[in-house]
Write a protein that binds this ligand. Structure first.
Ligand code: LEU
Length: 374
């Protein structure tokens, strides 16, 4: 009986898998197979972020598996934008599903709890939208391919200064979220460095619906620009209420504002929003245009930045799997650190910390659409 139990365990037929070895056969005729766990913000007030991300992943998945060099199975879990739910989802994927690696979670707030746990378990993880300071620095298993706020915000502020000769700014930010706080720190530092006068710093919390107090104060101080660090739901409501109060100065937003949802929710009030992006759908590049038309065909709408970054992330994972030649977590992690691809975001490679350096393009919303801010 003991001998047959051992035999069963040896061929993976029973018992718990406790090592970094992912389940199932690693290769099948040279094709590396892997389960990849995805933790995404798919329900609640920021669900459009997760929808964009999973749409980008699923399109890439079809293409990658059709090529037949690797075979990826995505296991997708909803985090609802919440730390505890993100952690529970990640633990299930790492422990019960025994995935080779993780993609996500969506928010830096969530990554701040999932990242350390994944790193401790030796599970390679890539953030495709996590832009706060310090994410890849969580540990050697944690990577990102999303344009950090530290590169995006100064580019937007520079453009706004150049265009509007801005000298005085008001800052408004969510003080209960890792990303909106980090975006604020970057905005404040950039404003100070560029010699802008900061007239006031106002705060809000997730889910807030009335910004009258903050906006009345800002209006009275008459800034040239408003720097706002928010996710789309709060950000769009802020712009709507500001315009209704007669505040018509431009807004500079962080990555949370780079979603078509802002226009969807705020309508005309979104005009005058400036954001920096690593990617935009109008880019004159055949790879980008092919992606945009395939995406539109599959989903009936244009991809946004979050879909694009997720799409490239799965190609980065596919390349790492191929190069690792195995779905072993450590082999995958080491191959991942060395990946070089040319994706729809351009030439891609991680730096020594698993972070990314990209040159942003600054966009502005005019007449209800994002346009390159020339
Ligand atoms: N960039 C945000 C963050 O780091 C998430 C994104 C979906 C707006 O939390």
């Amino acid at each position: 009986a003991l001998a047959s139990m051992l035999a069963l365990a040896a061929c993976g037929g029973g018992g718990e898998q406790t090592s970094g070895e992912a389940d199932g056969q690693a290769t099948d005729g040279g094709v590396v197979k892997a389960d990849i766990g995805v933790v995404s913000y798919l329900s609640g007030s920021g669900a459009a972020y997760g929808e964009a991300i999973t749409s980008g992943l699923e399109l890439a998945l079809e293409e990658i598996n059709a090529k037949g060099e690797v075979e990826i199975n995505l296991i997708i879990e909803d985090s609802a934008g919440k730390q505890d739910q993100a952690l529970t989802a990640a633990q299930k994927l790492m422990n019960s599903e025994n995935v080779t690696a993780l993609i996500g979670p969506t928010l830096s707030t969530e990554m701040n709890v999932v990242g350390p746990e994944a790193d401790l378990n030796g599970v390679p993880t890539i953030g495709t939208s996590t832009t706060a300071e310090g994410i890849p620095q969580i540990g050697e298993y944690i990577f990102r391919n999303s344009l950090p706020e530290a590169l995006a915000i100064p580019a937007s502020i520079d453009k706004a200064i150049e265009k509007y000769d801005a000298k005085k700014v008001a800052i408004l930010y969510g003080n209960d979220d890792v990303f909106t706080k980090s975006g604020f720190d970057t905005m404040k530092a950039a404003a100070e460095e560029k010699g802008l006068e900061i007239l006031t710093i106002e705060t809000f919390q997730k889910g807030q619906s009335d910004y009258n107090a903050q906006l009345t104060k800002i209006k009275g101080l008459n800034p040239d620009l408003i720097l706002a660090s928010a996710l789309y739901n709060e950000g769009a409501v802020i712009m709507d209420q500001a315009r209704k109060m007669g505040i018509d100065v431009p807004f500079v937003g962080g990555n949370g504002f780079n979603s078509p949802e802002v226009i969807e929710i705020a309508g005309d009030a979104a005009d005058g929003l400036i954001v920096a992006t690593p990617w935009y759908a109008e880019k004159d590049d055949p790879k980008v245009q092919e992606f945009v038309s395939k995406f539109e065909e599959k989903y009936g709408k244009k991809p946004d930045q979050f879909a694009a970054q997720a799409y490239d992330a799965l190609y980065i994972y596919a390349e790492a799997l191929k190069n690792a030649g195995s779905n072993d977590r450590d082999a995958f992690r080491d191959a991942l650190a060395e990946v070089k691809i040319t994706g729809i975001l351009g030439d891609f490679a991680f730096d020594a910390e698993g972070d990314v350096i990209m040159t942003p393009t600054v966009l502005v919303i005019e007449d209800g659409a994002f346009k390159v801010f020339e």
